[in-house]
Design a protein around this ligand. Structure first.
Ligand code: FAD
Length: 541
């Protein structure tokens, strides 16, 4: 599709807001003509058949008309060059820049998620294949205690009857062992670069701009009959027929009200610039005693505690309001292992958004740390560098700007603390789309229901049936399930969004779309009877 340009404005086909994993996933998927990452082998074979059938039909038709279109030889066969796409991201000029920054700040050596969590639309095992093809399998770290002999239903019931705990029983079959490794950070980012190169998603289609407002309306300079998006940023205005919202969650917020003068002494984990802050670095260099308080029970809090100890902080106090939860991933194995279809089926069968929301909350169940980081924290505890206090919250905190010291008292396992130099809040980011400044116009002009802070988007991932603003990432959780917050959700969401966009733009080859796109969508997403799609395909010749 070429962009539509009136004498005054340029209207893109698609604008993606956010160039993190979800944004990259959508851009890549829109350029992949043979997406296979979310299909079983059976579905994949069928998909190829459909494509081949349609390709041969188109070719014959074009030959008859003599209208065969020459493909640019320099463009790999996988690329759909006509789509006019622009990506906007506030935090960088290249894809995944914010993610790269966070991984560097926290000095994360390996991802938390298994090998099939990635945003490559070409195949499910793309990251694993990439590691082997590039001789980098030594950068994979096995997830111990995750894979094991699977228990039969009878064995499970028997264990339950005997009152044995279900927890920590591996639910991943030995055959899937290859999936349960985690990639090193450099390997994962090389794979992302490879996706960018393969689909020619060069940084030229990306602009560093903060989106401030999104409107969907008639624009006099374009058309009186077709509404388009007007996306206002800190640098200007962009227009598009379709928009994709891939902005992660709400901006980070410290869960205690801080006065302006106190900001210097506290940082939200997602806002860390220098670690530890400069005034502490000076103290550490002078061999003075330093104390840091870390608040939060998720993996980031453990990573910050470890980093502080490694960077020379004398003592780290790690507090969390609940118990310490140990999990390989931030969603339970039942959502990623062999039985995930059971969980997903129950999720999709939920009758109300409230039910779905509850399932998401139950599955994520707050912050947790990995067995790997548990060992690291335990080592620091053993050497006296870290103290971990469970079921504990801040009762009061008072900042002295002259000495740059907090006086903190706690509620929980312990009440008093020594003078604290800095407090880090690893308390995650919130989810409430209605409070996002850039969505105020959309919420006003095209209101939709809010369930637990998540927008109730359509099954086709759109804001509303009449508004082609597609939602990716965590804000799409009511459609994607608890994995929406992770890389797996980014890829599955990208696939569903691309189906909807291609349907709208008519970018799939061949005509006759109206008759069977819905059938194909139903077939490939496992809805209804798979034979309907066969019945509606016109017979060639
Ligand atoms: C340190 C860390 C490690 C993680 N590790 C894993 C892991 O190993 N595996 C896993 O599956 N998940 C992991 N996660 C979860 C992770 O958040 C998601 O996998 C992923 O970041 C979601 O991608 P996203 O693109 O939806 O959101 P984000 O990564 O948050 O990207 C959103 C992008 O939108 C941009 N943006 C936001 N608002 C605007 C605006 N108004 N205008 C313009 N641009 C805007 C931001 O700058 C950002 O680049 C990790 C998260 C963190 C913080």
């Amino acid at each position: 599709m070429a962009s539509s340009t009136s004498s005054v404005i340029q209207v893109r086909d698609v604008i993606i807001i956010g160039a993190g994993p979800s944004g990259l996933g959508v851009a890549a998927r829109l350029h992949e003509p043979l997406p296979a990452a979310n299909f079983t082998d059976d579905e994949h074979r069928r998909f190829h058949w459909i494509k081949q059938y349609r390709a041969s039909k188109t070719t014959t038709k074009n030959q008859r008309k003599g209208a065969g279109k020459q493909r640019n030889a320099s463009v790999p066969s996988t690329v759909t060059p006509e789509l006019d796409l622009l990506a906007l991201d506030a935090s960088g000029k290249s894809w995944m820049q914010r993610w790269q920054g966070l991984f560097k700040t926290f000095d994360i050596s390996h991802l938390r998620s298994p090998m099939f969590f990635h945003v490559d639309p070409s195949e499910r095992d793309a990251l694993l294949s990439y590691a082997y093809a590039n001789d980098r399998s030594d950068e994979l770290r096995e997830l111990h205690g995750c894979v094991g002999k699977e228990l039969s239903k009878y064995q499970r019931k028997k264990r339950e009857r005997m009152g044995r705990q279900q927890q920590n029983i591996p639910t991943i079959d030995e055959r899937d062992r290859k999936d349960y490794y985690v990639p090193s950070t450099p390997l994962f980012f090389s794979h992302c670069d490879c996706i960018v190169d393969r689909y020619q998603l060069s940084d030229t289609m990306l602009s560093q701009e903060q989106v401030e407002d999104i409107r969907y309306d008639y624009v006099r300079d374009f058309s009186d009959e077709q509404k388009i998006f007007c996306i206002k940023t800190n640098k200007g205005c962009h227009y598009s027929k379709i928009a994709v919202l891939a902005i992660g969650g709400n901006p980070p917020q410290i869960p205690y009200p801080l006065k302006p003068g106190e900001m210097e002494g506290a940082t939200h984990a997602m806002d860390i610039k220098a670690f530890p802050p400069l005034y502490m670095q000076k103290k550490i260099a002078n061999k003075a005693r330093t104390n840091v308080l870390v608040v939060g029970g998720g993996l980031t809090s453990a990573q910050i505690a470890d980093l502080a100890a490694r960077r020379g902080v004398s003592k780290v106090w790690l507090i969390m309001r609940g118990p310490l939860k140990i999990k390989h991933f931030d969603i339970g194995l039942e959502w990623v292992g062999k039985f995930r279809n059971v969980e997903h089926a129950q999720f999709w069968n939920s009758e109300t958004a409230d039910e779905r929301c509850k399932k998401i909350m139950d599955a994520r169940n707050g912050g947790s740390i990995t067995p790997y980081y548990k060992k690291i924290v335990e080592k620091h505890i053993a050497t006296g560098r870290v103290d971990m206090l469970l079921h504990t919250t801040i009762d009061s905190m008072k900042w002295d700007p002259s000495s740059k010291i907090w006086d903190v008292s706690l509620k929980g396992e312990r009440q008093d603390l020594p003078p604290i130099d800095h407090i880090y809040f690893a308390t995650g980011v919130g989810t409430n789309f209605e409070s996002l400044p850039c969505l105020q116009s959309m919420c006003h002009d095209y209101p939709i229901e809010n369930c637990g802070g998540f927008p109730c988007i359509t099954e086709k991932m759109a804001w509303r049936k009449d508004v082609p603003l597609f939602v990716a990432g965590r804000f799409a959780a009511l459609q994607l399930g608890p994995g929406a917050h992770n890389l797996i959700g980014a890829r599955i969401g990208a696939d569903r969004i691309a189906w909807s966009i291609q349907e709208m733009l008519g970018t799939e080859e061949g005509g006759d779309r109206a008759n069977w796109t819905q059938d194909k969508f139903n077939y490939l997403t496992g809805r209804g009877s798979r034979y309907d799609a066969l019945a509606n395909i016109p017979v060639a010749g």
